[in-house]
Design a protein around this ligand. Structure first.
Ligand code: C5P
Length: 368
C-alpha cells in the first residue's frame, strides 16, 4: 500500500462551491538521514515525516485575476507574488488539468500559523492546501495520487503535506509510504528569531562532512552517518560502523553513507511509547543548523534540562521540537522554555495530524 491509496476529493458531479478553505498541518522529522548530493543537486534522503497540529488555512475563490494575500504569523515575510509556492501550485494544477489561464484565476488567501523558513514545511503546506482547494473549486477530480504527482514537482515536502499522519519519505522526500504508528505524541515547538534557508543548511551539511572527511584523512573509521546527532546529543550508529563504512564506500564519497531507515525508531513508534521514541529522534542536518545559528544549542539544552524525552532541530531548522510525556508535560515544557528566554515563542502541538483537508463543509445550492 502507498500513502496515496485513499481519496480526499469530493464528487465532481455536485455544483461548484464559491470558495473553498483547506486546513493543512506543519511537519517535524522524527528521523532525517541525509545521503550524498545527487547529480541534480538534491540529496537522497530517508526521513520519517510526522504531521503536527499546527495548521495554516488556505482559501481559494474564483476571480478575474490571480492574487494572493497573507495574514497571521510572519505574514510580512511571505511573498505575495508568483514566487509563492501556493501560487505556483495553482498554476501547476491548472496546467495538469488543461485549464486555460482565464478559467484558472483565483484569489488565494493564506492564514498563517506555521512560522516561515522554520523547518516545519509551512510553504510546502500552503502549496498542498492550494492544490486540494483548487481541485475542489474547479471540480477537477484528481485523485490523491494524481495530486501527489503535481505536488512532487513543486517541492520535496509538498506530497507529505497532502497525506499527513506519519510517513517514511525517500528519494528527495517525495516518495512516501505510510508508517505504522500507535498513540499520539505531544510536542513543544520552540520558534527562533530568524529563519534558515533550506538550501543553505544542506550546503553547510556538505561542507561540514567534507571538512570531517579531510580531517579523517579521507578514510572513515568512525560511523559514516557523520554529523548525525541523536536526541540525547550523542553521535549515534557506532554499532554498525563497519557496515556504514561499506555503504559510504559504495556512494563514491568517503564519509557519506546512503541513508537508511532506523528500524529501532519504527519499532518504538509502533509501541506508542514516547519514552522509547524520544532517544531515537535523529537529524543529520542538526549540526549544520546549529553551526548557522549557534543559539539553537542553548534551546536544545534547555528542553533536555526541563525533561523533554527528545530534543531535536526540526528538518533544516531552526525550530526545535521537544517530545513530551503527555499533553500536560508539553504545556509545562512550553512554559519553561518561554521562561528560559531561549526562543522567540513556543507552541504546543500533537501528532500525527491529518493532511490537507477541507476546513468545513462547503455550502452548496441543492436541487430538489
Ligand atoms: O524541494 P525544495 O524546493 O523544498 O528544496 C529546497 C532546497 O533544499 C533545494 O533547492 C536543495 O538545495 C535542498 N534540498 C536538498 N535535498 C533534498 C531536499 C532539499 O538538497 N532532498
Amino acid at each position: 500500500m502507498s500513502a496515496y491509496d485513499h481519496e480526499i476529493v469530493s464528487s465532481v458531479t455536485e455544483p461548484a462551491a464559491a470558495a473553498v478553505t483547506v486546513r493543512v498541518p506543519a511537519k517535524v522529522n522524527l528521523q532525517l538521514a541525509v545521503g550524498p548530493p545527487r547529480a541534480d543537486g538534491y540529496h537522497s534522503l530517508v526521513t520519517v515525516f510526522h504531521a503536527v497540529s499546527l495548521f495554516d488555512e488556505v482559501t481559494v475563490r474564483t476571480a478575474e485575476r490571480t492574487s494572493l494575500t497573507v495574514t497571521g504569523e510572519d505574514a510580512p515575510a511571505v511573498p505575495t507574488g508568483k514566487t509563492n509556492l501556493a501560487w505556483q501550485a495553482v498554476t501547476a494544477l491548472a496546467s495538469a488539468t488543461g485549464r486555460k489561464p482565464r478559467e484558472s484565476a483565483v484569489r488565494i488567501e493564506i492564514r498563517k500559523r506555521i512560522p516561515v523558513a522554520a523547518g516545519l514545511a509551512g510553504g510546502s503546506a500552503d502549496a498542498a492546501a492550494a492544490l486540494v482547494a483548487c481541485n475542489e473549486l474547479w471540480r477537477a477530480g484528481l485523485s490523491q495520487r494524481e495530486l501527489a504527482q503535481v505536488a512532487a514537482g513543486l517541492g520535496s515536502d509538498v506530497p507529505f503535506a497532502l497525506v499527513g499522519g506519519t510517513a517514511v519519505g525517500r528519494g528527495r522526500g517525495e516518495e512516501l509510504t505510510p508508517a505504522l504508528v500507535a498513540g499520539s505524541y505531544h510536542w513543544a515547538l520552540a520558534f527562533a528569531n530568524t529563519g534558515l534557508s533550506t538550501a543553505q543548511v544542506y550546503a553547510t551539511c556538505d561542507r561540514i562532512r567534507a571538512a570531517r572527511a579531510r580531517a579523517d584523512g579521507d578514510a572513515p573509521k568512525a560511523p559514516a552517518r557523520l554529523g548525525q546527532v541523536g536526541a540525547a546529543g550523542a553521535v549515534t550508529g557506532r554499532a554498525d560502523a563497519a557496515d556504514a563504512v561499506r555503504r559510504a564506500a559504495a556512494t563514491g564519497r568517503p564519509g557519506v553513507a546512503e541513508p537508511e531507515l532506523s528500524r529501532e525508531l519504527m519499532t518504538a513508534l509502533r509501541s506508542g511509547d514516547p519514552e522509547k521514541v524520544g532517544p531515537l529522534l535523529t537529524n543529520d542536518l542538526q549540526a549544520a543548523a546549529i553551526s548557522l545559528l549557534p543559539e539553537l544549542r542553548r534551546a536544545l539544552a534547555a528542553g533536555r534540562e526541563y525533561g523533554a524525552l527528545g530534543a531535536i532541530v526540526s528538518g533544516s531548522g531552526p525550530t526545535c521540537a521537544f517530545l513530551a510525556k503527555d499533553a500536560a508535560h508539553a504545556g509545562d515544557l512550553a512554559v519553561a522554555l518561554t521562561g528560559a528566554g531561549v526562543c522567540r515563542a513556543v507552541a504546543r502541538a500533537s501528532g500525527p495530524a491529518p493532511g490537507a483537508a477541507l476546513a468545513q463543509p462547503q455550502p452548496r445550492a441543492r436541487k430538489l
